[in-house]
Structures are given as structure tokens and as C-alpha cells.
Design a protein around this ligand. Structure first.
Ligand code: QAP
Ligand code: CO
Length: 175
């Protein structure tokens, strides 16, 4: 079942997620919920367990109609630099140019419990770094310089408040 996506300000997004020790039926159902939530979202390509309130080291992604999941992921090598307009389902509407390493090597565990390594650059490399940040309680704001953070926070608050505002009142008069 699709779960509610936790947004910036929710304390769960700032916590360190715990390692997954056994991949049982309960974990499989959680992964299903994460995919349901990802596919129910508008244009999401990656989702980490803390974003649905679960403090476990899991993230799912789907960049080209290929559902993927990884447990206990870590970046073991990173090189280069790449600037990208990064977004996050937990910070809806905000996209911020961020510099991060371009090419990464990610190591983790798949659904069968096997250790896997995935090499990626550009969009996929960015996704892996972004989602692993979630598992460590790190959000985009935490990676910004003070100036950029101030500006981005102000912009996000504007977006959020505008989205939460009640619709304008309209009255229909008898003619
Ligand atoms: C993480 O991000 C990511 O603001 C996944 O209104 C970041 O799926 C992957 C989204 C950078 C690659 C590069 C964001 C959807 C989705 C929003 C997402 C929004 C609707 C973000
Ligand atoms: Co995110």
C-alpha cells in the first residue's frame, strides 16, 4: 500500500537508518509499499525507507521502467564533479543546483541477500548519493553552503505555504 511521504521538518528524516539483517517477508512487504509509494508519487524516481517513516537502510529506484532495490548501500568510490538541479520527494517543488561527485561505485545487498556493486555516473550516480544521504539522515539542505541554504529554505517555505493556502473565495451572485 502507498504510504504518506514524510516531508522536510519530520524528525524521522534526520535519523540514521539501521542495517537490514534478514530479508524476510516483512521486508518484502515494506519494499512493496515503497514501490507503491514511488509509483503513486508524481514523477518520483527514487525513494528511501525513512521517507515513509521507516528507519531501515533500504532504497528503491526506477529510472527506466526497471524497479530496483538495494539494502545497506554505501558509496565505496567516488570521483569527478557534476552539477545537477537536484530534487527530493520530501522537499516537494524545490530543485537546487548541487555539486557532487559524478561517478560512484555503490556496494550493497540485493533481494537474494547477495552483495552487489553498481557503477554509475550522472543521473544514476546522483540518485545513489542522494538516497544514501537519506539513510544517514542527510537532506539536500545539509549539503548547501549557508548562503544557498538560506535562500533554498526561504524558497521552500514560500512553495509550501502557497500549496497549503486555502483556495480563493468565490461568490456566485443571483443574476
Ligand atoms: C532523488 O528524487 C534524485 O520536488 C530522487 O515536486 C535526486 O525522485 C535522483 C520529485 C537527484 C536523481 C537526481 C521531486 C517529484 C521527485 C519534487 C526524486 C516534486 C515531485 C524527486
Ligand atoms: Co530525497
Amino acid at each position: 500500500m502507498a504510504q504518506q511521504i514524510r516531508t522536510f521538518g519530520d524528525p524521522v528524516l534526520k535519523t540514521q537508518a539501521a542495517q537490514v539483517t534478514d530479508i524476510d517477508g516483512k521486508i518484502a512487504r515494506l519494499v512493496d509499499d515503497m514501490f507503491d509509494t514511488l509509483y503513486t508519487s508524481e514523477s518520483g524516481i527514487g525513494l528511501a525507507a525513512p521517507q515513509i517513516g521507516v528507519q531501515k537502510q533500504i532504497f528503491v529506484w526506477d529510472m527506466d521502467d526497471q524497479p530496483m532495490v538495494i539494502f545497506n548501500p554505501e558509496i565505496v568510490e567516488a570521483r569527478g564533479e557534476w552539477v545537477y538541479d537536484e530534487g527530493c520527494l520530501s522537499i516537494p517543488g524545490l530543485y537546487v543546483e548541487m555539486m557532487r561527485p559524478n561517478e560512484v561505485l555503490m556496494r550493497g545487498v540485493d533481494l537474494d541477500g547477495n552483495t552487489i556493486e553498481i557503477e554509475a555516473s550522472e543521473l544514476a550516480g546522483r540518485l545513489f548519493q542522494h538516497e544514501i544521504d537519506h539513510l544517514n539522515g542527510v537532506l539536500m539542505f545539509d549539503r548547501m553552503q549557508p548562503e544557498q541554504r538560506k535562500e533554498a529554505l526561504a524558497e521552500y517555505r514560500r512553495l509550501r505555504d502557497a500549496a497549503a493556502a486555502p483556495p480563493p473565495r468565490r461568490r456566485l451572485r443571483l443574476s
